[in-house]
Write a protein that binds this ligand. Structure first.
Ligand SMILES: [Zn+2]
Length: 269
């Protein structure tokens, strides 16, 4: 979801009135993850990505990073039918994913990643359908790493937690989508550079499956100070929590790249 600061105040009121969750990571987070993942792709996998996207005048993962959120405006019907696929709610602090309980009818981010991976990998399908699958896979792998997008039903992934930041009203979910990153003042290419300055996650860390990634996000929410004490936050709190968000982004990028390499790269199954 795209948040400007002014909009956040409106959303925090709206969040009280509506059960509709917001989508994860703002444009800065999505583009940074996509940019990092793109750098990690082999040349053959990059070629496949280009071949899928070029007929739509796009060529990289960054170009499509926010597409699934932008559908809200560009294709409201498709947005409505996919809006539940941006997140998963856990019902207990144990953070164990039970599909029948936590992802009824396959309507959650964990199941969605698997479904769209299958479409993307299937070369008998039309190019346009596979291109949309690539857009969804790229977006949802990023989303599942936003800690509050795999967290708890009771407060709608932090959407109903109201906070003060200076004179502004924010909800906790929007803080993790946007404020925690936007408050650096960086744009995505510089953010990607900053994150790639430290070594990328190991191949082992880049593994796992969407259910594990969601459980990891949930445990991050439970254990890593994602919720502030009290109901206001300041720049010091943002600076302290930012490394948590950044580590999730680096893992998201490495896992997105590994997934696309597996589905599109030279050694694909
Ligand atoms: Zn999203």
């Amino acid at each position: 979801m795209r948040f400007s600061r002014g909009f956040a105040a409106v959303v925090s009121v709206a969040a009280l009135l509506s059960a509709a969750p917001v989508a994860a990571w703002g444009p800065l987070g999505h583009r940074t993850i996509a940019g990092l993942a793109q750098q990690q792709l082999s040349e053959p996998a990059q070629r496949e990505v280009r071949a899928l996207l070029q007929p739509d005048d796009e060529s990289t993962l960054v170009d499509v990073a926010t597409w699934a959120d932008d559908l809200r405006d560009t294709d409201p019907a498709l947005f409505r039918s996919t809006s539940r696929l941006h997140y998963v709610n856990f019902s207990s602090a144990q953070c164990n994913y039970v599909p029948q309980r936590d992802c009824r009818k396959g309507e959650c981010v964990v199941a969605a990643i698997g479904r769209y991976e299958n479409i993307l990998a299937d070369r008998s399908r039309p190019r346009a359908e596979r291109a949309d699958a690539l857009r969804f896979v790229s977006h949802f792998i990023a989303d599942v790493h936003q800690p509050l997008h795999a967290s708890f039903k009771r407060d709608k992934g932090g959407n109903s937690v109201q906070l003060r930041y200076g004179r502004e009203n924010w909800n906790l979910h929007a803080v993790w989508d946007s404020l925690i990153l936007n408050s650096t003042g960086l744009r995505w290419p510089d953010y990607a550079k900053r994150l790639s300055a430290s070594p990328a996650p190991s191949a082992a860390d880049a593994g796992g499956d969407p259910a594990q990634w969601a459980e990891e996000s949930c445990r991050t929410v439970r254990d890593d100070g994602v919720y502030p004490d009290g109901n206001s936050i300041d720049d010091e709190w943002l600076a302290r929590e930012r490394p948590v968000a950044e580590q999730r982004m680096r893992l998201a990028a490495a896992r997105l790249a590994a997934t696309l390499e597996r589905l599109l790269g030279p050694g694909r199954r």
